[in-house]
Write a protein that binds this ligand. Structure first.
Ligand code: AMP
Ligand code: TRP
Length: 317
């Protein structure tokens, strides 16, 4: 057994990742590989709450896998798997559902937002935090690198672990969210949180034209020397000192500053996009990574699940 702490995180296969996903979460996965025992997965069961087409699910799942490899996750250092290859998480979600009260889950932000928008809410959306708790607790995660919007979910996982431990005896470690303050909420082209649902994203594997179009659409309020929204995105890519000098030298020149941001984004994105294209050429090799990772994760998770079944009284032989 490794003495390293366990790091775990996941991304839903709901479409193209954006720069917010990268700086808020995915970049940390790459930087921390080797320092932790790493489990990074594709949250396909979570995506089912919104993705309900076989083609889309398959394509997006392979997509997240390619994204992971293209940003530099190395299967030698990281167990990369898909959630549905460890169906134990769904089994544990049921057990958690029986320990958790409705009023408690009704306080979750994601549920409250959906309700406030009068959306039709499926039971999966309501139960989403418990599936996430199972993802986190079964492999015994110590740290969970995520963006700010997932903080409450990690807290729910902690609460759920405590509840289970209280009822059935010490079983689960209490996980900790790992959120980088500087990138906790990456803003989009309109200044609100970058999010697919707001249509304000810069895709992580954008083409040159897409980068140009997205940056040119960044909302600027005339009058100020520094276009705030341009600066906010640019600050992801450069040190503050360097950036301040750049913005001081081009005071009020919004077009020039946007061009400089485009250049920096291209420098970041082009190599990753090219790597992703190369990986796409050999999808079967990439899928082998997922398959092998699934076996490793499955073995670890099944061991813990056996302990859970025993503690709950479901394992008679
Ligand atoms: P998702 O695509 O919803 O599975 O999100 C993947 C990861 O990206 C999660 O850890 C989110 O917290 C993070 N994330 C999503 N949007 C942003 C954002 N605008 N700023 C920072 N992190 C984000
Ligand atoms: N809910 C997360 C998101 O929307 C994805 C996710 C599912 C996850 N299970 C997880 C993240 C476990 C961290 C740990 O971004």
């Amino acid at each position: 057994m490794s003495s390293k702490k366990v790091l775990l995180s996941g991304v839903k296969p709901t479409g193209r990742p954006h720069v917010g996903n990268y700086f808020g979460a995915m970049k940390q996965f790459v930087e921390l590989q080797g320092k932790f025992e790493n489990y990074i997965f594709v949250a396909d069961l979570h995506a089912l709450t919104t993705v309900q087409s076989r083609e889309e699910m398959e394509e997006n799942t392979v997509g997240v896998l390619l994204d992971y490899m293209a940003i530099g996750l190395d299967p030698k250092d990281v167990t990369i798997y898909k959630q549905s290859d460890v169906p134990q998480v769904a089994e544990l979600t049921w057990i958690f559902s029986c320990l958790t009260t409705m009023p408690y889950l009704m306080r979750a932000h994601a549920f409250k937002d959906a309700e406030a928008k009068n959306k039709e809410i499926n039971v999966g959306v309501f139960n989403y935090p418990l599936l996430m708790a199972a993802d986190i607790l079964l492999p015994g995660a110590d740290v969970v690198p995520v963006g700010q919007d997932q903080k409450q979910h990690v807290e729910i996982a902690r609460d759920t672990a405590e509840k289970f431990n209280r009822v059935f005896g010490e079983t689960f470690k209490l996980p900790e969210a790992m959120i980088l303050e500087s990138v906790a909420t990456v803003p989009g082209t309109d200044g609100r949180k970058m999010s697919k649902s707001y249509g304000n994203t810069i895709p992580l594997f954008a083409t040159d034209e897409e980068i140009e179009k997205a940056v040119m659409s960044i909302v600027t309020d005339s009058g100020s020397d520094i276009p705030e929204n341009v600066y906010a995105i640019h600050s992801l890519l450069r040190d503050k000192e360097e950036l301040d000098a750049m913005y001081a030298a081009n005071k009020g020149q919004y077009k020039k500053l946007k061009e400089l941001l485009i250049e920096d984004l291209k420098t970041l994105i082009t190599p990753m996009r090219e790597r992703r294209q190369a990986l796409e050429e050999d999808k079967s090799a990439v899928l082998e990574v997922l398959k092998a990772g699934g076996k490793v994760a499955q073995k670890r998770i099944e061991e813990k699940m056996e302990e859970v079944r025993e503690k709950v009284g479901l394992k008679l032989y």
